[in-house]
Design a protein around this ligand. Sequence first.
Ligand SMILES: *[C@@H]1O[C@H](CO)[C@@H](O)[C@H](O)[C@H]1NC(C)=O
Ligand SMILES: *[C@@H]1O[C@H](CO)[C@@H](O)[C@H](O)[C@H]1NC(C)=O
Ligand SMILES: *[C@@H]1O[C@H](CO)[C@@H](O)[C@H](O)[C@H]1NC(C)=O
Ligand SMILES: *[C@@H]1O[C@H](CO)[C@@H](O)[C@H](O)[C@H]1NC(C)=O
Length: 417
Amino acid sequence: MTLARTQCMARLVFVLSVVFVFVYFLLPPSPEERLRIEQALREKKIKKFLRNERFAQHDMMVSDRRQREEQEAINITKKIIKERLRFHFHDSIPGSSIRYDVMRLNRFRQQLECMTSRGSWVLDHTPRPIIQHKQNPLYGKCDRPFGISNNSTMEEKWNYARESIKYVWKTPAECPMPKFDVEQACSIFSGKWFLLVGDTLHFQLHELLLDYFSDESVQCYGEISCREHVLCKVDSNDPAHSVKLSKMRFTRNDIISLTKNAKYAGGNVELPWTAHVHYFNVLIMNRGHHWQDDATFRGGLINVMNYLRKKFSNTLIIYKATTLGHLNCQTAGKPLSSRPNATEMESLPYHWSEIHRQNLIAREIVEAVGGVFLDLESVMMTRVDGHIGGRDCLRWCIPGPTDVWLDFLFHIMKELR
Ligand SMILES: *[C@@H]1O[C@H](CO)[C@@H](O)[C@H](O)[C@H]1NC(C)=O
Ligand SMILES: *[C@@H]1O[C@H](CO)[C@@H](O)[C@H](O)[C@H]1NC(C)=O
Ligand SMILES: *[C@@H]1O[C@H](CO)[C@@H](O)[C@H](O)[C@H]1NC(C)=O
Ligand SMILES: *[C@@H]1O[C@H](CO)[C@@H](O)[C@H](O)[C@H]1NC(C)=O
């Protein structure tokens, strides 16, 4: 009998719980309860909204402050240029065909600005020739050593290539990116003698030029200095042989100082370079990853420009903007989908957060003395991929994202012919 009673009790409990569940979950809540639930939901939404708003507000504050600091730095630079820079060119680019023509000068600068600042990286699988890296093995780190032979066709090499090689810098229709081959580049470079001065990041341009124009590997002294290289050969029977030749030389000076003796101080390598300028007609320089405060940076660059323009009034000066480093580049498989926002820029280590402002300072000074400011900072901003990797998230493998630097250089030299 007790068993039957227990069973009966159990059934009763079961039925009661089903009824309870039904009443609790399926019947609509009482009006008061509904009010309470709605209120809670609303509060949660508001809290979330406020949290996002706080983030956005913080971003905006950081962005405003950075813009103010940048504008201030530009204003101060303009003032100091007036006081201390002894050469001003507002209608000419010395060493080029743009002379006393303010319209052409502005058109050239606007075109270049459009090409550097308004483009984006787009994956393009159309097979095309790839620069073959033959120099310092550091820049070849991204590639597997075997697998492609000298006899492979262009398509085979293309299919084998890394994805970071396959992005193209797409610019608006009003400022298309021109594409060059070696023959065109050599006709543009004819008679141009390039002196490259800067730090190891700038050395990458030396490597790129050698890879592009030279069939063989060239011996250099680390990334310190290298002998003169012929970029485009000219038939030695040509009477104008020595005039048509194009050459290049790199000298390392991390802070572009006017030193007369080789120095190594405060972590900066400073080799003398000014004695070479006389033998070259194009000077390509860069500085930025060897940080100094704004005043020192600005003063140093103004001194250099005063010196150059006083002694070499017809040398074409090209200043390559400093490119940003990227955190965690080792794991990146493609470019960033958008540029880092102000908060992200502000939180970058190693003074990277100040690079943009110092590039703006450099631009004021370089353009004031009739130089060309090449804004590769904008172009390379999202290229977190294709870096050499390991601990090097500053430089990129060759071939890779930097190949486009040459297109910019060819464009500049073509326009200024
Ligand atoms: C910079 O100069 C411009 C024009 O002279 C002025 O309107 C602006 O307020 C200045 N900005 C800062 C941050 O000094
Ligand atoms: C490709 O050619 C270069 C010189 O032209 C040679 O040094 C190299 O060994 C060759 N590589 C292969 C895989 O045949
Ligand atoms: C490459 O081509 C040359 C001549 O066409 C041939 O003699 C050589 O054996 C080829 N090498 C390879 C690795 O296919
Ligand atoms: C800026 O980046 C940070 C960090 O990635 C992100 O949390 C924030 O939402 C971004 N701000 C804007 C306005 O996109």
